[in-house]
Design a protein around this ligand. Structure first.
Ligand SMILES: [Zn+2]
Length: 315
């Protein structure tokens, strides 16, 4: 099957998430909203230039009344981008919470998104912090009427790399805010499927469609922004691999279009995030190249549209 459908999504994780992952202290006051303030307009400019409607996964707590990101998100919705739910407070352990705690996180975010959306109110799409889908999270999503989930990232190489990073942090006496999910999820389907309610990494009959984040066939290399924007050689390998599968669910992060120097990112974070060591102009050019590739090979639609189309095929 050749590539024919693609979606582009951006997880708008605030800088505090990265400080949390790397066990760093609090984010300087002036940088708490830097991702929405500086990176989101850069994404909107590129999407506009290439005529792409994307899905923006929003952390509800970053879009409260009076916050700088709120009008930008409202403008994004007006431009035709989909606003997806990325939980209210971005707890990395979300999938391990009780059903009522999960429901609270999802509904609190959904309420804010509905104030910003144009047209049809939600719930529609969800992505979990930290790429983990559990039976209780799937149960809540199904009960609340979400039409798709895009939390699964079935990527053994990424999983192993994360294990190593967390082990290294622990050895140096620091603790990461991130968690290690189930290894079984790494071996589940890598193209859209209907999950089993009791075991989300297996095929089943849940009312919701799972849209896994992109990995290449066979080796399951991570075809996400963090790696696609890092080096031209890696980009060619990943993009070439992705042409052999029907759906390319490209996941980006807000931080992908942050410039360490221009945006004043703390040196201790830059040292731990290789993508922050690449200058913005280089990442912007790489992103344009990736999006052009998608446009040349596939129809690019928001995840909600992809879920609807693919869901009919999976019924
Ligand atoms: Zn996130």
């Amino acid at each position: 099957m050749k590539l024919s459908l693609a979606s582009v999504s951006v997880d708008l994780d605030p800088l505090r998430c990265y400080h949390h992952i790397h066990g760093l202290g609090p984010v300087p006051e002036q940088l708490t909203e830097v991702v929405l303030q500086r990176a989101l307009p850069r994404f909107l400019e590129v999407f506009d230039r290439l005529g792409i409607q994307a899905t923006l996964f929003v952390v509800g707590a970053d879009a409260l009344d009076g916050m700088a990101g709120r009008p930008l998100l409202r403008e994004s919705a007006r431009l035709g981008h989909e606003l997806g739910n990325h939980s209210f407070g971005h707890p990395y352990e979300l999938s391990r919470l009780t059903e009522s705690e999960i429901e609270h996180e999802l509904l609190a975010c959904e309420q804010i998104l509905d104030e910003l959306r144009v047209g049809t109110p939600g719930p529609c799409g969800f992505r979990a912090p930290g790429y983990e889908l559990s039976p209780q999270l799937l149960a809540v999503l199904s009960r609340l009427g979400f039409r798709y989930d895009s939390s699964v990232f079935p990527c053994p190489p990424y999983y192993l790399a994360k294990l190593l990073v967390l082990a290294k942090l622990r050895l140096s006496g620091q603790r990461s805010g991130s968690i290690i999910g189930s290894p079984w999820q790494q071996l589940g389907p890598s193209q859209p499927y209907r999950p089993a309610l009791a075991a989300p990494s297996r095929r089943g009959t849940a009312p919701i469609v799972e849209l896994p984040v992109a990995v290449t066939p066979w080796l399951r290399l991570p075809a996400i922004g963090t790696f696609l924007l890092l080096s031209p050689t890696l980009r060619q390998v990943l993009l070439h691999g992705m042409t052999a599968q029907p759906f390319f669910n490209l996941e980006l992060h807000g931080i992908d279009l942050i410039d360490a120097k221009q945006d004043g990112i703390p040196a201790e974070l830059v040292a731990r995030q290789p993508d922050l060591q690449v200058p913005l102009w280089q990442k912007q050019a790489a992103l344009v190249e990736v999006l052009r590739f998608l446009r040349d090979h596939a129809q690019v639609v928001p995840l909600a549209v992809a879920a609807q189309r693919l869901g009919q095929l999976l019924a």
